[in-house]
Design a protein around this ligand. Structure first.
Ligand code: AMP
Ligand code: TRP
Length: 337
């Protein structure tokens, strides 16, 4: 069975951008692939952070993921820092990663702009990400669209490593060069139709750092307080103005949460000004509730049984350490250690 790997930072609670762009897909794919999901706490320290918060957020993220439907009987869930091989492989990969590729990463440039002083760790963030994936020799990586460039870099690194350190197979390539084993597969991105969820301001992608999120575990009252003023079709000023669903963020959320016949009905009501935006948002809130109620309930249960969560993470780390050790034995050997 082919293997998928993905990661998420323990940066506060899961929001519906993470959920629709990645985690909901993980839940589906865990039954089709050998799946490994990682809470990437080493990535979370590449910008300023509070150590006490980090401790809490690691567990909160595990609770959110399990509540969202990650099933420890189907998939492996673990915390990155519990498998030390991630940092060891990062160092090896650092030695073959082109600096220019790192400097060109959009996410680095965006985050760097917001820092007073830029740490080398922020620049090297994508190398750690490549190490996460390559350590398990994963074939595919289910992520949101914002991670596509990082995955491209992971492929560059895998290709370089294979051509420099892969063992000669004994055959020759078409161009006459020595063929080498493809030790690391070049990982592909697995995207969803909801690969990029915009924030409620309609301005930027939904992200914790922009303060424009809806948390997966927020109360219905709090979700409504955010949905009510959320940006819709900017051309629809009065209730009687017909709207264009395709340009409306709320319509896109309907496509993610509402059944197909509701989505169609919403589009018609918008185009004909049958409904105002508030009517449309009320129906969205109901659809979201249907999906979020069981998630909230599971999260509350898990929060009351920390042992369950710790056991899942401990079993995940044990499993991943064994896989990681195997890869590192081969990597050290091929690289002359
Ligand atoms: P992060 O919280 O940055 O670790 O992201 C975890 C996962 O959620 C990654 O696969 C991201 O691509 C995805 N993701 C984060 N924000 C969004 C968004 N606004 N829309 C779609 N996917 C997202
Ligand atoms: N950089 C990713 C994000 O912010 C998180 C991540 C770290 C990741 N390592 C990974 C995603 C490996 C996929 C595979 O969303």
């Amino acid at each position: 069975m082919s293997r998928i790997f993905s990661g998420i930072q323990p940066s506060g609670e899961l929001h519906i951008g993470n959920y629709l762009g990645a985690v909901r897909n993980w839940v589906r794919l865990q039954h089709e692939f050998e799946a490994i999901f990682c809470i990437v706490d080493y990535h979370a320290i590449t910008v300023a952070y509070d150590p006490e918060q980090l401790r809490l957020r690691r567990r909160a993220m595990a609770v959110s993921l399990l509540a969202a439907g990650i099933d420890p009987n189907a998939a492996t869930l673990f915390v990155q820092s519990q498998v030390p091989e991630h940092t060891e492989l990062t160092w090896f990969l650092n030695t073959i990663t082109p600096l220019g590729e790192l400097e060109r990463q959009t996410q680095f440039k965006e985050k760097a702009q917001r820092q007073e002083s830029i740490a080398a760790g922020l620049l090297n963030y994508p190398v750690l990400q490549a190490a996460d994936i390559l350590l398990y020799r994963a074939d595919s990586v289910p992520v949101g669209e914002d991670q596509v460039q990082h995955l491209e870099l992971s492929r560059v690194v895998a290709r370089r490593w294979n051509s420099q350190f892969g063992r000669p197979t004994g055959s020759t390539n078409e161009d006459g060069t020595e063929e080498r084993e493809q030790f690391f597969p070049e990982p592909k991105a697995l995207l969803t139709p909801t690969r990029r969820i915009m924030g409620l301001d309609g301005q930027a992608k939904m992200s914790k750092s922009m303060g424009n999120t809806i948390g997966l575990l927020e109360s219905p009252e709090s979700i409504w307080a955010k949905l009510r003023p959320a940006v819709t079709d900017p051309k629809r000023i009065r209730k009687t103005d017909p709207g264009t669903p395709e340009v409306c963020n709320i319509y896109h959320l309907h496509k993610a949460f509402s059944p197909p016949d509701t989505v169609e009905h919403v589009a018609v009501q918008c185009r004909t000004a049958g409904w105002g935006c508030i009517d449309c948002k009320k129906v969205l809130a109901e659809s979201m509730e249907r999906e979020l109620v069981p998630i909230r309930r599971r999260a509350a249960e898990l929060a009351d049984s920390p042992r369950t969560v710790d056991d899942v993470l401990a079993a995940g780390a044990t499993h991943c350490r064994a896989l990681a050790r195997e890869t590192m034995d081969a990597v050290r050997d091929r690289m002359g250690f």
